[in-house]
Design a protein around this ligand. Structure first.
Ligand code: NAD
Ligand code: MG
Length: 399
């Protein structure tokens, strides 16, 4: 029996993880579920899945959750506050941690799991963008297992030789890898003109053609910042230089990414766009587990299209690639500015095309340093957020 903690269990990845786990109750036991402040969905999950602990970051919501569970006669113990998240991520009784909090909020709990040497299923890509070097170093030192959940990175991982332990640091040249090719659907605005992008709404941005995801990553997909974050994520996970990576638009999201070898072989992983596949892969490795995902029907898909990304219509992707080149705290600043700009766009305080404007100005104005420890990363994050908020307040007046 492996004991599992899900950080961010009420989100899109959290729900898919519970779905896969519930198909394998003979192998996995739920240790803890966690959410930020919405207690009703967490109450339902607790009643259905009976974890040992439920962590609600917000204290008031935690109290409501406690009362609701007590009424229902549940034995689940409710903990609250961000310290509790660290405990359920790094506790000695935990074997597997699904890191599925969205954004920088996941930094410390995910690090707690890595420091404690857990098998970490990493969905929370922002952690690697902010502090990828420290993350991989910590994993190596603590003997943590890192398994990518992001569908592209999971696909790449599957196309690399089996048993390539990511935390040890891959040698792509020794493995004969020439290029890693990240596919991107292009999002809901793939065919929009630059002019029409200025007027798109949050609802339109969140209506992804192939995937159903949380609001932040949906906006990132629409701006292609998601691919930019994934570009940086891939550099750290696979020990790749930016010039060893390529981005390819593939609107059907059937090929989840590819690895090109020096002999001309190109390996790809295919499947329906359903996150339960990478989740089941990472939970089961080296075995394959049932995931509930429908079989891929290639005859019904009929065609697979490819095109090059358009960096001028989607400047967020270019900004992220540039931050990957710059290194130091540039990716952390990029991530922080993006989180602020996306939150402002979702709150209708900023236009869609102002998202890259804010990020690019933040990157011009803040200094980058070597992220020696998490305090440096957190400082860069806070500084970039302050600068982004100042710019948003100015630009926001126009919308
Ligand atoms: P979501 O918005 O649906 O869920 C986020 C979860 O995090 C919720 O459970 C929420 O309660 C929790 N949370 C939010 N803020 C928090 C805070 N301050 N402290 C503690 N918990 C907090 O997001 P999602 O779509 O499930 O994405 C989660 C992560 O996985 C993101 O980093 C995203 O980029 C990544 N990811 C998601 C998908 C997908 O298909 N949804 C695919 C690949 C990668
Ligand atoms: Mg992805």
């Amino acid at each position: 029996m492996q004991r599992v903690t899900i950080l961010g269990s009420t989100g899109s990845i959290g729900v898919s993880t519970l779905d896969v786990l519930s198909r394998h109750r003979d192998r996995f036991e739920l240790y803890a579920l966690s959410a930020s402040s919405r207690w009703e969905p967490l109450a339902e999950q607790c009643l259905e899945h009976q974890p040992r602990y439920a962590v609600m970051v917000d204290q008031v919501s935690a109290q409501k959750l406690r009362e609701r569970l007590a009424e229902a006669g549940s034995k689940v113990e409710v903990l609250s506050g961000s310290e509790a998240l660290l405990e359920v991520a790094g506790g000695t009784e935990v074997d597997v941690v699904m890191a599925a909090i969205v954004g920088a909020a996941g930094l410390l709990p995910t690090f707690a799991a890595v420091e404690a040497g857990k098998r970490v299923l990493l969905a929370n890509k922002e952690v690697l963008v902010m502090a990828g070097g420290l993350f991989m170093q910590t994993a190596r030192r603590a003997g943590a297992g890192i398994l990518p959940i992001d569908s592209e990175h999971n696909a790449i991982f599957q196309c690399l030789p089996l048993a390539a332990p990511l935390a040890a640091g891959l040698d792509l040249t020794a493995l004969g890898v020439r290029k890693i090719i990240l596919t991107a659907s292009g999002g809901p605005f793939r065919n929009h003109s630059s002019e029409s992008l200025a007027d798109v709404t949050p609802a339109e941005a969140c209506a992804h053609p192939n995937w159903s995801m949380g609001p932040k990553i949906s906006v990132d997909s629409a701006s292609m910042m998601n691919k930019g974050l994934e570009f940086i994520e891939a550099c750290w996970l696979f020990n790749a230089r930016p010039d060893e990576l390529e981005v390819l638009i593939h609107p059907q999201s059937v090929i989840h990414s590819l690895v090109e070898y020096v002999d001309g072989s190109v390996l790809a992983q295919l499947g329906n766009p359903d996150m339960r596949t990478p989740i089941a892969h990472a939970l089961g490795l080296p075995e394959r587990l049932q995931s509930g995902v429908e079989r891929l029907d290639l005859v019904a898909s009929a065609r697979l299209d490819f095109e090059a990304p358009d960096l001028s219509r989607f400047p967020c992707l270019a900004l992220a690639m540039q931050a990957a080149q710059q290194g130091q705290t540039a990716p952390a600043a990029l991530n922080a500015a993006n989180e602020e700009a996306v939150a402002a766009f979702l709150a209708q305080q900023l236009s869609f095309t102002d998202i890259p404007r804010v990020i690019s100005k933040v990157l011009e104005r803040v200094d980058f340093t070597e992220p020696r420890d998490l305090a440096v990363v957190q400082h860069a994050d806070a500084e970039a957020r302050r600068e982004a908020q100042r710019l948003i307040a100015r630009l926001g007046c126009r919308t």
